[in-house]
Design a protein around this ligand. Sequence first.
Ligand code: NAP
Length: 242
Amino acid sequence: MNTNKIALVTGANKGIGNEIARQLGAAGFTVLIGSRDAERGAVAAKELVAEGLDAVALPLEVTSPESVAAAVSTVADAYGRLDVLVNNAAIIPAGDGPVSEVTGDVLRSAFETNVIGLVGVTQAFLPLLRRAEQARVVNLSTSLASFEQVGDPESRLSTVLTLGYNSSKAAVNMVTVMLANELRGTGILVNAADPGKCATDMGGWSTERTPAQGAAVAVGLATLGVDGPTGHVYAEEGRLPW
Ligand code: NAP
């Protein structure tokens, strides 16, 4: 019988999600490698298994209710509960840009994956999270969603002109606060993690910060003790301003 805690990371076939899965696996979790491409997920899970970790691929396209329902049913049958859900999958849509230029289709696509997909996955897995003893939900956010930081004209963040991404991640912060409020007293803690700018397909390759460094923030929130905080967003340096 598997006595490990069970963690699902969406978009875990590469980048920061892959590193979150690796670190949770090293901490003793059975990690479910959510991946919209079954083959890429299988390859990623195999790599972690080769490192001695307990990793299992789980096909999961977050924008597809059918795919999400199938994943829930697989996890329910195999484990009967979910201890940790890390909502990592996200996009910066092609054509993202400043408020004066971005199209409705681009905005819709950012919200479809980053917000509606994340909420759909969370709702669908909530019954399994409630069955765990002290479940944790971690949503990947970004300093580009911080009103205070983006609103500072002296900040580099004020020059990043991706309305779809920034505003959808600001919505993720509100999802985090509201879900934390809804689940207060249940033992389920809900927080958001800003990994910082990391070298990935999304973050670009000009930064030296590794996905492993970025993943650590989310892993800390996924493994919070019973008295841990809920309803906040954290970066490496501590709690981020809204
Ligand atoms: P990444 O390398 O682009 O990886 C994103 C992952 O999400 C991939 O596995 C991708 O799958 C998956 N994904 C995208 N859309 C999906 C969908 N509809 N269904 C299922 N999976 C989907 O990005 P990353 O840099 O690792 O970012 C991970 C998280 O950290 C994101 O939430 C991002 O916003 C956040 N973040 C990143 C940085 C940074 O500098 N990198 C900074 C702040 C916050 P495919 O491989 O199939 O595309």
